[in-house]
Design a protein around this ligand. Sequence first.
Ligand code: AMP
Ligand code: GLY
Length: 423
Amino acid sequence: MRLMVIGGGGREHAIIKKLKENPTVTEIFALPGNGGIARDATCVPIGAKDISAIVDFAVREHIDYAVVAPDDPLVLGCVDALKEKGIPCFGPRANAAIIEGSKVFAKDLMRRYGIPTAACETFDDYESAAAYVDTLSAPIVVKADGLALGKGVVIAQSMDEAKQALAEMMLDGKFGASGARVVIEEFLTGPEVSVLAFTDGATIVPMVSSMDHKRALDGDQGLNTGGMGTVAPNPYYTDEIAETCMRTIFRPTIDAMRAEGRPFKGCLYFGLMLTPDGPKVIEYNCRFGDPETQVVLPLLESDLFTIMRAVTDGTLDKVEVRFRDESACCVILASEGYPASYKKGYPITLPERHEGDIFIAGAKLAQDGTLLTDGGRVLGATCTAPTLREAVDKAYRLADSISFENAFCRRDIGARALMAKER
Ligand code: AMP
Ligand code: GLY
């Protein structure tokens, strides 16, 4: 089987490594992949948003199966375009990817189907949005409607800050069309949990839960990032909470999407907050999370390719999706300055032999084959172990055995989870 994976980050590297475990997989192409993924797949310099080039490549290369991992191509209809050419895909069609592509759509869906989430109002002009802010008290949560590279959410600590965020989104066009509409929502509190789930549109199978660490610096300080590290499972996510989420959030969401004529097939990501009033949806993503995938897939015992094909075929109820009863920790090594400005192009030294996985996110190969830093998040060091404490220690040992100039990581990935466990 000749596979194609669209995307080029740590998440895609984790997916590719897992797909390779299936003996029928003979070749994997990564579009565009990166210098580290090149060890595990054939990288092709086609951007993840270049849908027509992706489709041409798939047809020309007789691709048997495609995995579309990032949000942009999914929202742009990459799966629709590939399916039109008869190429089976993992990932939702554009009419279902809208669950991430438009926060207004997602909030409206939840309101109409009674799925618990923060109360909100939607606005498409600045004046009414600003007037609404005057009726609230801080903190105020302002969200751009569309995709904004994970930067479209502002938790404003004052009315002025909220209005400034609105002005940037709605008047200055900071996120282009994505900010033309905004959602202003109630500020929720409680531990956050990420749950990725396989779904074929009818059956939904949640994966092991995880906890992201979104802020750049220790103690949840600094700017919001794509994620600086993850642990799985998330100790706040008890069996009882999982049962509640299945009944009040997961099933209702899948059923709602089907009822709307938008069956969701692929990986649906639930960003949840465990509030004093029960679990609520903070956000949906139409794809695997990153770096969540870098802890979730290493714990997957069942065969990923078999599960993915069952999702595509609508037979997810027929396959086994089993996770090892262990813990995992992923520490992200980033370039100093991320998520703002940072330098790149530094050689990366990796240990010759190591336990665990090194998932490369932002790196390229120099002419002489040296791996050079090429992004904000450079790589993820993931280890699994019978206990969370051991997984965290091992992941840090692995991270500390890797070096490049200007590297930084958070030193407290897993600390909150360990505290919750030992409470
Ligand atoms: P997102 O980009 O949607 O993942 O949001 C970024 C972060 O903002 C989330 O991980 C939460 O920590 C926070 N957040 C989003 N919505 C709310 C809310 N309604 N109340 C409190 N925090 C929120
Ligand atoms: N780690 C959060 C995300 O993938 O959106």
